[in-house]
Design a protein around this ligand. Structure first.
Ligand code: FE
Length: 354
């Protein structure tokens, strides 16, 4: 039985949604009862549903799932405002989590379980979001074309020695914005500006496509270096499609900025994460779901199917990832990636990074 106020709320949500963007399929029956939680997820259903089912089984709380692209979900939350039926937002990149917080779409929550499971660097200091999985954005190179001894840091990729040899996607992509934000945090704005200009000068082609396309372009001989998130390469290697698997097999991972290389701060990492929405009517269930997602069992599964690293320590990584070896991750507080996002965007724009 849906309480009357919930029905009213759903009605107003539907009415306002009818006039806004239709990029996300409407889910017919998002309700709010104590034993239900409404989840907006930028993660595809196949990458999350089995976990949600498991959560429901264990806790008797039903999860209503709406999936969509990260930007579309943020826009939807904005449009719905206080009427949003969403309790939890699951999205990728600290930049997006920070945007949701800055837009007033999230609320703080505290949970000893989450605080014990997730290192502080991967959580919002005010408790508005927590990382759930970790992705690295290392340097990838074509085996046989690049001697890994030539590689060292992100900074060194701006050297003229790499002219015409680098494939990287556009500056409108939040992954690159976060990477540049990490360079600003490490080296300062001026040095980061010079770096971005150097990268633009070394691009093999104007930025186009996603991370997988950079890997494929490198494998096809268009460039020697691709910058991409690790899970894309993992996904390609696990694929049954030769058009994915074959290019991936030509590519190796290099972990930049390891101790002894440059400042040794570690390879740039980011998270996928979760937030309790500002409009959440069922905060207790929302927090319970997030606590479940950082449990050892959920962490192992979630990282494995997404080709990512767990945020929780002591969980084994999948065999594909294990083959790339261990690395030191940049220990920058990820909140800084959000805080430096607009500076990064402006800087890339000035550098002519398309
Ligand atoms: Fe991605």
């Amino acid at each position: 039985m849906i309480p009357a106020h919930s029905r009213l709320k759903l009605f107003s949500v539907r009415a306002s949604l009818a006039i806004v963007c239709t990029a996300i399929a409407l889910t017919p029956a998002l309700a709010t009862a104590d034993d239900e939680v409404n989840l907006y997820s930028a993660r595809k259903e196949a990458l999350i549903k089995p976990l949600l089912d498991r959560f429901s089984e264990e806790n008797g709380i039903e999860v209503n799932l709406v999936t969509g692209k990260a930007d579309a979900l943020l826009q939807r939350l904005k449009n719905e405002g206080a009427n949003s039926p969403a309790d939890v937002l699951l999205t990728v990149d600290a930049g997006n989590l920070h945007r949701a917080k800055e837009a007033g779409l999230t609320q703080s929550f505290s949970s000893e379980i989450v605080e014990e499971a997730v290192p502080a660097t991967y959580r919002d200091p005010k408790g508005h979001w927590t990382g759930l999985s970790l992705r690295a954005r290392p340097i990838m190179y074509v085996k046989g074309e690049v001697d890994p001894a030539e590689l060292s840091t992100y900074e060194a990729l701006a050297d003229p020695a790499w002219k015409g040899r680098i494939c990287i996607r556009s500056s409108s992509n939040v992954y690159n914005q976060s990477l540049v934000a990490s360079i600003i945090a490490a080296d300062g704005t001026e040095a980061a500006q010079d770096w971005a200009e150097g990268i633009v000068a070394n691009m093999a082609r104007p930025p186009q496509g996603g991370d997988r396309d950079q890997i494929k372009a490198a494998a096809a001989g268009q460039c020697d270096i691709a910058i991409a998130n690790t899970y894309y390469l993992a996904g390609m290697l696990k694929s049954d499609d030769p058009a994915e698997k074959e290019p991936a097999e030509k590519i190796a991972v290099f972990w930049p900025n390891q101790p002894g290389a440059g400042d040794g701060r570690g390879t740039h990492v980011n998270v996928s994460g979760a937030a309790v929405t500002a409009a959440a009517e069922n905060k207790d269930a929302a927090v319970k779901l997030i606590e479940f997602l950082v449990s050892p069992e959920a962490q192992a599964w979630y990282a494995e199917v997404n080709g990512e690293y767990p945020v929780r320590e002591g969980i084994e990584v999948s065999p594909v990832l294990a083959e790339w070896g261990t690395f030191k991750a940049d220990d920058l507080d990820l909140i800084e990636l959000g805080e430096l996002n607009s500076a990064a965007v402006m800087l890339m724009d000035r550098a002519g990074w398309k």
